[in-house]
Design a protein around this ligand. Structure first.
Ligand code: ZN
Length: 163
């Protein structure tokens, strides 16, 4: 029988955390607004989840995740020049601007404008945290076994919410 007090696959984990990148706190959630996720279903970045296995309720841990286990390394091919006349809806790109663009497959992609010249803009489609080491301070707040429905869907069903 599974031990409901230790993090393992197919459990719902409530976790408080703080994410620090380059010495700056980018994101945090305390015990009252802890995030909930289903383990073993790639609901959180793999380099973090792999270091949570075996933790007990109430336990705290500092975890460093390198770019490969986090948001990936910077892909030079994801830096693209786009002719200015391909910007629609009157968008005038300026360096630093963040854009949401549809690609050829109709998928929405986020991009940051790196530079602009007379004819084109250089866009970076990498995740903003690509190439970064991520430092997490985590605390396991609660644990429970996932329901069969959650396992079938691959995500947590919070109270008052199902889909
Ligand atoms: Zn669902």
């Amino acid at each position: 029988m599974a031990d409901n007090n230790i993090v393992a696959d197919n459990m719902v984990v409530s976790m408080a955390y703080k994410l620090t990148v380059d010495g700056e706190v980018l994101d945090e959630a305390g015990e009252l607004d802890a995030i909930e996720f289903l383990t073993g279903h790639r609901n959180i970045i793999p380099g973090l989840e792999s270091q949570l296995a075996g933790l007990q309720v109430g336990e705290e841990k500092s975890v460093t995740v390198d770019a490969q286990g986090g948001y990936g390394v910077i892909d030079e091919k994801a830096i693209e020049d786009l002719p200015l006349d391909e910007f629609t809806d009157g968008v005038v790109p300026v360096p630093g601007m963040e854009l949401e663009m549809k690609d050829n497959q109709g998928q929405m992609r986020f991009a940051r404008v790196i530079s602009v010249d007379k004819k084109s803009a250089k866009l970076d489609f990498n995740h903003p945290l690509a190439g970064k080491d991520l430092a997490f301070d985590v605390k396991i707040v609660k644990l429970r076994e996932a329901t069969s429905e959650e396992l079938a869907h691959g995500h947590v069903h919070s109270p008052g919410h199902s889909h």
